[in-house]
Design a protein around this ligand. Structure first.
Ligand SMILES: *Cc1c(COP(=O)(O)O)cnc(C)c1O
Length: 328
């Protein structure tokens, strides 16, 4: 999707509404949770959208299901291919299974074992690659042309962005107007969708993206006005190791997002501990990005009503135990 002539139109809030109708009764309407401790700690009124409790464990089910459901009967019959560090893979595999569509998933060799196993368990055919030396887009394009598959990329796709926006639509409809919305940022599907929904339902809401300190390509892109590409960042936030924003997600983010901030891996671990201990929630490192921005005041939230998207909960239990173990 680099050629302007073939670039699809940017999605709008109407597409988010259509996505909400497609996923209704299939995706979970996840709860909006509060914590008196979190409010005391930040001086804000925080509402957490618990997408770690979504089907397959992350918001990605929304966009994946919406994108496959919107295909033509012939496209559905031929099947889809995607590339992902994990959660989009599981989303496509599960959505394909529910819709009777065959799925092929290109996954990095160092993807968390739990994510690979879950993708295969949902019936996806997994093809491995080395994310530090091989180009997953090229592998995807080749498989698509050889097998007649439709490519469903993890974030730079109108129906994926629109599907991800349904999480924020539910949050604002359930929790009421917000002053600030904090959203984890990888390739920007979640943030772009969230911004479309927030600005349509609650125009005064200021939307912030949060990415790992080790890979602030989104922040650099927003500040320089063009998509900045970086080396694959090394961070425990494996769902946000995307080295650049999308051609569709970036213009939406540019138009609707206030700023992009960063948090350290230490702040993610601190947030994971908080959710496990205080809220009895398993949230994966990437899923803690937005919350960590509130806890560290990377975005000043004191006195504000703040929506925080907990984007996912898929973490190997051995890693989780290591992360949350008290340091000796
Ligand atoms: C994919 C993912 C993200 C980042 O989403 P983008 O749409 O790529 O920005 C954040 N958190 C989790 C848990 C994810 O799986």
């Amino acid at each position: 999707m680099t050629d302007a002539a073939t670039k699809p139109a940017l999605p709008t809030y109407a597409d988010v509404e259509e996505a909400a109708a497609r996923i209704k009764g299939i995706a979970h309407h996840t709860p909006a949770l509060t914590s008196a401790t979190a409010n005391r700690r930040t001086g804000a009124s925080l509402v957490f959208k618990a997408e770690n409790l979504q089907r397959m464990g992350a918001f990605k089910f929304r966009g994946g299901y919406n994108a496959i459901a919107a295909l033509s009967p012939a496209q559905k019959q031929a099947g889809v291919v995607t590339y992902s560090s994990g959660n989009h893979a599981q989303a496509i595999a599960l959505a394909g299974k529910l819709l009777g569509v065959p799925t092929t998933i290109i996954m990095p060799e160092d993807a968390p074992a739990a994510k690979v196993a879950a993708t295969q368990a949902y019936g996806g055919e997994v093809v491995r690659y080395d994310r530090y030396t091989q180009d997953r887009l090229a592998i995807g394009a080749q498989l698509a042309s050889e097998r007649g598959l439709t490519v469903i990329p993890p974030y730079d796709h109108p129906h994926v962005i629109a599907g991800q926006g349904t999480a924020t639509k539910e949050l604002i409809e359930d929790a009421g107007p917000l002053d600030i919305l904090l959203v984890c940022l990888g390739g920007g599907g979640l943030l772009a969708g969230a911004a479309l929904a927030a600005k349509a339902l609650n125009p005064a809401c200021r939307v912030f993206g949060v990415e790992p300190e080790a890979g602030n390509d989104g922040q650099q892109s927003l500040r320089s006005g063009k998509i900045v590409k970086i080396a694959v960042p090394k961070t425990i936030a494996d769902g946000a190791q995307t080295p650049f924003l999308g051609e569709l997600t970036f213009p939406i983010i540019q138009a609707l997002v206030e700023d992009i901030v960063t948090v350290s891996d230490e702040a993610l671990i601190d947030a994971m501990r908080f959710f496990a201990e205080r809220m009895k929630l398993v949230v994966e490192p990437t899923g803690c990005l937005a919350a960590a921005a509130a806890f560290t005041a990377a975005v000043p939230v004191e006195g504000k009503r703040v929506g925080v998207i907990l984007s996912g909960g898929n973490v190997d239990l051995a890693n989780f135990a290591r992360f949350i173990a008290p340091s000796s």
